[in-house]
Design a protein around this ligand. Structure first.
Ligand code: 5GP
Ligand code: ZN
Length: 113
């Protein structure tokens, strides 16, 4: 089955890509929920957080490092930002290729909706 985010990673679907390295691509969310809303995705297709294997641990850690870089580059690191990874439908996951949401630039409520 075609995967939206694999298509973005492979540049078969347009997106505002702001960062890319060997294992990760980051791009602007199409429907931003905050002034900063970037999605950090592994180039490897992994459907949900539950599908992250032990061997993927360096990749999962790298997603967090890239999220930090984006928060700094976007100027929200010191103010604060939120990282979200939804897992499965009840959490709100709609695209089944894992992605870290980097959200910032406005005050965030807690608990989340
Ligand atoms: P989820 O609900 O799975 O945690 O997050 C999916 C995110 O992907 C949503 O925030 C949604 O706006 C974003 N999204 C869905 N389709 C596209 C697309 O084609 N391009 C981009 N850039 N973002 C998308
Ligand atoms: Zn995929």
């Amino acid at each position: 089955m075609a995967c939206l985010f694999c298509e973005i990673v492979e540049r078969k679907r347009p997106a505002k890509i702001i960062y890319e390295d060997q294992t990760v691509t980051a791009f602007e969310d199409i429907n931003p929920q905050a002034p900063v809303h970037v999605l950090v995705v592994p180039k490897k297709h992994i459907s949900t957080n539950l599908d992250i294997e032990e061997e993927d641990s360096p990749l999962a850690g790298h997603l967090l490092q890239v999220a930090n870089k984006i928060a700094k580059d976007k100027g929200v690191a010191e103010r604060g930002f939120r990282l979200v990874m939804n897992c499965n439908p009840e959490s709100g996951q709609t695209v089944f290729h894992i992605h870290l949401h980097v959200l910032g630039g406005r005050f965030m409520q807690w608990p989340p909706g």
